[in-house]
Design a protein around this ligand. Structure first.
Ligand code: MN3
Length: 385
């Protein structure tokens, strides 16, 4: 293991991934130091984290909370900034080695691009960045010779299976899916499911947005697109297999038919830790898997009639251009609408489809086109709510 400490910037430190990353860091203070923490809204937790981890910089995106945060930290040697622009700029600091992008949704795009342009390696938890503008990100990663270490458990699994195999051709990958809380429900039942039911994920403890995405299986659609860009795959090389126990986190199949899978208990701290320590593996006290507690690992085909979002995402991938960006924007709007009890569960896919059909298609989008398409799609999706 490299003896020099890695300086980490955590964008979205108060969310589910951000807080778990800090749990990993606190156990490994000899290996990591926290340079930057940012949060959207949760000023209270941000202040507590800042006092504990003593980063040199914190950013609270919500400008109304700036005064509160800067006053709370006034006696600490910590510089406080506010606004989304500050989050975008803070990643430029030369002290930063790795930027963990753990914010939710489209907001991750511009800070991630700026971090890559400033030659920072990325521990990527914000999958929406690749869904929206995977072509631009992939190009920038090559040009700037940086690495993306996936934090998403499925993509971390694939990445772990590829260590030592990066030169070998992939035939395909299998992304495993828990199936979410509604796996066994009928379409009739799905019409009536509530927000509270959707927020109860059987295996993973995550933020609200991704938990709803898991219930609607949009999460797997987003992850298929994320995998396409991370591992340079064609849509046909990506298969989704429902695995309700969430023990096998994903599988790669090589040109000779040999398959490798990565396994473990569902705990995001492991992929977070690996993204921060790659290529090393370091000790931890996370609970270990016991085969005897899982005498059966089972696999099913995803039900595309029930979970239309999977097909919508694969169609978006095939169509290309700004389609996935539109899909992502519409999805963010409908998830919020569902969480605010404005629309029913099945209405989400319906509105996403309509929004894709109504928003202007751009075949070869620039970054600006993506930003405009995101805005346009949000307005259109809102109108359907
Ligand atoms: Mn995942």
């Amino acid at each position: 293991m490299n003896k020099i400490k890695k300086n980490i910037a955590i964008l979205g430190s108060t969310g589910s991934i951000g807080t778990q990353a800090l749990e990993v860091i606190i156990k490994n203070k000899d290996k990591f130091s926290v340079e930057v923490l940012t949060a959207n809204n949760n000023s209270e937790l941000l202040v507590r984290q800042a006092k504990e981890f003593l980063p040199n910089f914190v950013v609270i995106a919500n400008e109304k909370k700036y005064k509160e945060v800067s006053e709370a930290l006034s006696t600490y040697p910590i510089k406080v900034f506010t606004g989304n622009k500050s989050i975008e700029q803070i990643v430029e600091l030369k002290e930063i080695d790795v930027v963990l992008t753990a914010m939710v949704g489209f907001s991750g795009l511009l800070p991630t691009i700026n971090a890559i342009k400033h030659k920072k390696n990325i521990a990527l938890a914000n999958k929406e960045t690749l869904v929206v503008a995977g072509d631009i990100i992939s190009k920038l990663v090559k040009e700037n010779n940086v690495s993306i270490y996936p934090v998403d458990s499925e993509h971390s699994a694939i990445f772990q299976c590829l260590v030592g195999e990066f030169q070998n051709e992939l035939e395909k990958i299998y992304l495993t899916a828990s199936g979410g809380p509604f796996r066994t429900k009928s379409i009739e039942e799905l019409k009536l499911v509530t927000k509270l039911q959707a927020l109860k994920h059987p295996n993973w403890d995550m933020g609200a947005k991704i938990t709803i995405d898991s219930a609607s299986m949009m999460n797997k659609g987003l992850e298929a697109i994320e995998a396409k860009w991370l591992f340079d795959l064609k849509p046909k090389q990506i298969d989704i297999i429902v695995h309700p126990q969430s023990i096998i986190h994903s599988i790669v199949q090589f040109a000779d038919g040999s398959m490798k899978a990565q396994m473990g208990l569902p705990d995001m701290k492991l992929p977070i830790q690996y993204a921060l320590t790659y290529p090393d593996r370091i000790k931890n006290n996370f609970e270990r898997f016991n085969f005897l507690n899982y005498p059966e690992l089972t696999f099913e085909k995803p039900d595309l009639d029930k979970f239309k979002n999977i097909q919508i995402a694969f169609d978006a991938m095939e169509k290309g251009g700004n389609t996935a960006c539109i899909m992502n924007a519409a999805n963010e709007v409908v998830v919020e609408g569902f969480l605010k009890d404005k629309i029913k569960f099945l209405k989400m896919s319906e509105i996403i489809e309509k929004t894709i059909n109504k928003t202007n298609f751009v075949a070869r989008p620039s970054l600006n086109d993506y930003i405009e398409s995101d805005k346009e799609a949000r307005i259109i999706a809102e109108e359907y709510i």
